[in-house]
Design a protein around this ligand. Structure first.
Ligand SMILES: NC(=O)c1ccc[n+]([C@@H]2O[C@H](COP(=O)([O-])OP(=O)(O)OC[C@H]3O[C@@H](n4cnc5c(N)ncnc54)[C@H](O)[C@@H]3O)[C@@H](O)[C@H]2O)c1
Length: 357
């Protein structure tokens, strides 16, 4: 089995590649343009492995895609490459439309051309798995869960671009019989997440004794799944999911953003009692809300657990403790990111950004 992975140098893609190289006999071709969000260090352990190869290229570049498909002859595609930060999509939606919609369509077209030329067993086995988000379903009130049948109601430029991509994948399956399937997952957390996202930003600011920003009243609810659990779910779906279907993935860990940040502070009070900032919750600072901020996301994960026997293995408290410890032990990585790429400044106020605290 040879998996063509797009966006493999990102947070989730690198977790998937580490898992494949550690736990399976499959080979991987990582096709990634290395945007600001890429973490080449997260793949240090796999980069020397003979089953791993890397192509620095953009999914919008059909010529580069054709060359790599033709040279590498993959047996399946796992498509993760995307612009992923909601706040950045508010400040600049065009990059999101370009990569998430146009790039996905370019990839679909090249993968379909390749598929059409396959024969026999290779054609029978080929599949294309598109990785998406629960945000395409919009926002829930305090009751209910998203299912695979929930209507699409994206509210941010990010979720609209992912929804667009999902629709094209579905259309390629229905119109051309292209062997594709989709998964929609809730918020991921764990090691190597780029410091602009809620959990790493809160950990890093707390470690540095800086204000920890919480949007609005902090009452927005998200469901959290550990990135390694998501990586296992993706592997099961890629290998055994039914073509033409979608699968919801979640952690059954619903918390308000304020609760998540308070939990991080409590973990740090125990792990870092001499920081001079105990209780770390004193650093929490309520800030202007995100425009169009969805209230709640939560998933019914019955389909993947019944059909593919997948369940998340990590409970949130132990996963969060492991994640906080990881950021404490990997300061040099995020300090380099802060110095060279992202200083922790507020994003997503459509041009009215504020300076880093
Ligand atoms: N992080 C989450 O909580 C979450 C939840 C559900 C779904 N997802 C989806 O999972 C996928 C991966 O998310 P992530 O958090 O790992 O993202 P990420 O931002 O950490 O990584 C994205 C990767 O894609 C690459 N990339 C971006 N544009 C590209 C392009 N045009 N061509 C080639 N490579 C490109 C980047 O260099 C980077 O390595 C995305 O499709 C995202 O929508 C993420």
């Amino acid at each position: 089995m040879k998996v063509f992975i797009t966006g493999g140098t990102g947070f989730i893609g690198s977790a998937v590649i580490r898992m494949i190289i550690r736990k399976t006999r499959a080979s991987v071709v990582n096709f990634d343009s290395l945007t600001y969000a890429a973490n080449p260090l997260a793949l240090e352990e796999t980069s020397e492995d003979g089953r791993y190869s890397f192509e620095k290229a953009n999914i919008c570049d059909a010529k580069a895609l054709r060359r790599v498909f033709s040279d590498q002859r993959p047996t399946c595609v796992l498509h993760l490459a995307a612009e992923t930060h909601v706040d950045r999509s508010i400040d600049g939606p065009s990059e999101f439309i370009q990569t998430n919609v146009i790039g996905t369509c370019a990839l679909l077209e090249v993968a379909r051309e390749y598929y059409e030329e396959l024969e026999g067993q290779q054609r029978k086995e080929f599949r294309f798995h598109h990785v998406s988000t629960d945000e395409v379903f919009g926002s829930l009130d305090s009751e209910g869960l998203f299912t695979e049948e929930s209507p699409y109601r994206p509210n941010s430029p990010y979720s609209a671009s992912k929804a667009g991509a999902d629709h094209f994948v579905r259309a390629w399956h229905r119109t051309y019989g292209f062997p594709a399937l989709i998964s929609n997952c809730t918020n991921n957390y764990g090691p190597w997440q780029f410091p602009e996202k809620l959990i790493p930003l809160a950990i890093i600011n707390a470690l540095e004794g800086k204000p920890i920003p919480v949007y609005g009243t902090g009452s927005n609810i998200r469901d959290w799944v550990h990135v390694e659990d998501h990586a296992c779910a993706l592997w099961e779906i890629l290998n055994r999911g039914r073509l033409g279907e979608t699968y919801n993935v979640g952690g059954n860990n619903e918390f308000t953003n304020l609760e998540v940040v308070q939990s991080i502070c409590s973990v740090l009070d125990r792990l870092n009692p001499d920081s001079g900032n105990v209780p770390h919750s004193g650093l929490i600072s309520m800030v202007e809300d995100r425009p169009g901020h969805d209230h709640r996301y939560a998933m019914n994960t019955g389909k993947i657990s019944t059909e593919l026997a997948w369940q998340p293995q990590r409970d949130f408290q132990s996963g969060l403790k492991q994640t906080v410890k990881w950021y404490m032990e990997n300061r040099s990585w995020w300090q380099k990111v802060q110095k060279e790429i992202y200083k922790g400044n507020r994003l997503g106020l459509s041009g009215r950004q504020t300076a880093a605290p």
